[in-house]
Design a protein. Structure first.
Length: 228
């Protein structure tokens, strides 16, 4: 146990990994737990009856459901839209990519922390630690790109989901009126954490870069990368 470099978690890159881990957990759990429903009032063929429809969907947003919340006879309710109950493929794809990246980020942060605790600060693992730092730099840059793409995609598609559900409900009849719009705060908050992840990973590029052997040689300094 004496050969383990526990101080690695207190170094700049170690602290950043912990922050990245918690932000990723918040981002993907909020997105995965997000669900939405909207309601609309529509006149029925019977003048004495007005029916209420509820349209809802939840992660991974591949399908949506209609519910008749009124006492009207089902025979009075018009035929549902021709596209059935399938949500456009771009919406679930963006949500699944965002959640999958969040989960993958958690695994990577934990593995990276363990590797630096085990392999850095130990002279016999000098070469291995230098390779680990280079790999960490590569994945840090990659994660900036992935989080940016995931956050932009999910931000665009949850807005598309909003428009799609409203159109789906009102498409049953030209006289249908939205009486209760959905709450998209969960999706918006997950996007905010997604862009926060972009910022954290971008900042961490600097802290990983300055410990690479290549950077140390350019600055004319001894390589201390293994000390993380």
């Amino acid at each position: 146990m004496s050969g383990l470099h526990w101080r690695a978690v207190l170094q700049s890159k170690g602290c950043m990994k912990i922050l990245e881990l918690f932000v990723a957990i918040l981002a993907f759990t909020i997105a995965a737990s997000f669900s939405v429903s909207i309601e609309g009032a529509c006149p029925a063929s019977d003048p004495g009856c007005s029916y209420i429809l509820n349209t809802s969907t939840q992660y991974s947003f591949t399908t949506y459901k209609f519910f008749n919340l009124s006492n009207c006879s089902s025979s009075l309710i018009p035929i549902m839209p021709e596209h059935g109950n399938q949500v456009p493929s771009g919406i679930p794809a963006a949500a699944e990519f965002f959640v999958a990246l969040g989960a993958l980020t958690c695994f990577y942060c934990i593995i990276a922390e363990l590797c630096y605790i085990i392999f850095t600060g130990n002279e016999k693992f000098k070469n291995a630690s230098e390779v680990l730092i280079c790999l960490d730099l590569f994945f840090t840059v990659l994660w900036v790109i992935l989080w940016f793409c995931a956050s932009v995609g999910w931000a665009a598609q949850y807005n598309n989901l909003h428009s799609f559900l409203k159109h789906t409900l009102t498409a049953t009849s030209e006289q249908c009126v939205i009486t209760r719009d959905g709450n998209y705060a969960g999706a918006a908050i997950s996007v905010v954490f997604g862009f926060l992840a972009v910022f954290l990973w971008a900042v961490n590029i600097h802290w990983v870069l300055i410990d690479t052997n290549w950077y140390m040689k350019r600055r004319g300094k001894p390589n201390t990368g293994r000390l993380y």
